[in-house]
Design a protein around this ligand. Structure first.
Ligand code: 13P
Length: 334
């Protein structure tokens, strides 16, 4: 393992003014997104859609540091035969790959999930590295509800995240460690804070025990935020203040960067929250976005599966990327 190189990549992923495009929707998830815009989820349509994003020159060259791909996409060619991964490299962004294989029910823990995909991961990472991937992603999912999460769910998911991260570093790939506490419930921001604190503490304990070099990873957390169905929604300032307090308490300064998931926040909320956090600096780590929905909802709508809308889709994507790029420096204005 070359830690200097891992650290260089991780630092580039969170460079000021730039962030990560999460375009790694599994076939099931992208189908849901396409259903919403009335587009059939065929391999060709998925290719055309992602090709549109990766050929968005303004967004890709100025505001996107890296792109997380799904397995299908990393092996796919653009319409003219250029591998899609080359389009990303040529734009100056780093290609990454989602390597978890989704979630399964966690035995003995009703309603809870564990992320799977460790079997043969070392071999898969080797192939992805040869193809050009320089970072990877693994997402653990923790739900908040009555009586959950259990410490069992937090523990097994943290253990798997650390196993994955160590395997990545051994393969010279920067791991994005993503323990996502869902914002779907009716819980308040205090409960989200408390659960996320337990999750992050356990995750870093496992990372240390499994000898993961913190200098060669990126953390992808949720923000401290009110559940979507909570009657009392915390303000932008409160989300920013509590999230920074939480991260300072839990994330060692050796970690080069933190890149948030959007998790179902609206496009503008996701931008406003990141921006507000940068007003609370200086911060010990790079702090930016790794958004899926909050970067793609607008271009998906503008595109709607029509070739004549490609330029409009690219404009919509570049706009959101620019807004989030500004937010990653605290320079965004509503
Ligand atoms: P969202 O920003 O839509 O939450 O997606 C980010 C991601 O990669 C989740 O794993």
């Amino acid at each position: 393992m070359n830690l200097t190189e891992l650290n260089r990549i991780a630092t580039a992923m969170v460079a000021p003014g730039k962030g990560i495009l999460a375009a790694d929707e599994s076939s099931g998830t992208i189908k849901k997104r396409f259903d919403a815009i009335g587009v059939e989820s065929t391999e060709a349509n998925r290719r055309d859609y992602r090709e549109m994003l990766f050929r968005s020159k303004e967004a890709m060259s100025q505001y996107i540091s890296g792109v997380i791909l799904y397995d299908e996409t990393i092996w796919q060619d653009a319409k003219d035969g250029t591998p899609l991964i080359r389009l990303i490299e040529e734009s100056g962004a780093l290609p990454g790959i989602k390597v978890d294989e989704g979630t399964q029910a966690l035995p003995m823990c009703p309603g809870e999930l564990v992320t799977v995909g460790l079997d043969k991961l070392a071999e898969r990472l080797k192939k992805y590295y040869e193809r050009g991937a320089r970072f990877a992603k693994w997402r653990a999912v923790i739900d908040i509800g009555s009586g959950i999460p259990s410490m069992t769910a937090i523990s097994v998911n943290a253990h798997a995240l650390a196993r994955y991260a160590a395997l990545c570093q051994a393969a010279q790939i920067v791991p994005i460690v993503e323990p996502e506490v869902l914002m779907d419930g009716d819980h308040d921001i205090e409960r989200c804070y408390e659960v996320t604190q337990r999750v992050l503490n356990k995750t870093f304990q496992e990372l240390r025990e499994q000898r993961v070099a913190l200098e060669g990873m990126v953390l992808k957390p949720n923000m401290a935020i009110s559940g979507k169905k909570c009657a009392k929604q915390a303000s932008v300032e409160e989300v920013a203040e509590k999230t920074i307090r939480l991260l300072k308490a839990c994330v060692p300064a050796a970690v080069p960067g933190i890149a948030f998931l959007s998790g179902g926040q609206s496009d503008e909320e996701a931008t406003a929250h990141l921006n507000a956090m940068h007003k609370l600096g200086p911060l010990p780590w790079g702090l930016t976005f790794s958004y899926g929905r909050a970067l793609q909802a607008a271009p998906q709508k503008a595109w709607s599966g029509k070739a004549e809308n490609v330029a409009a889709g690219q404009r919509a994507f570049s706009h959101r990327a620019r807004m989030n790029g500004l937010a990653s420096k605290g320079e965004w204005q509503a």
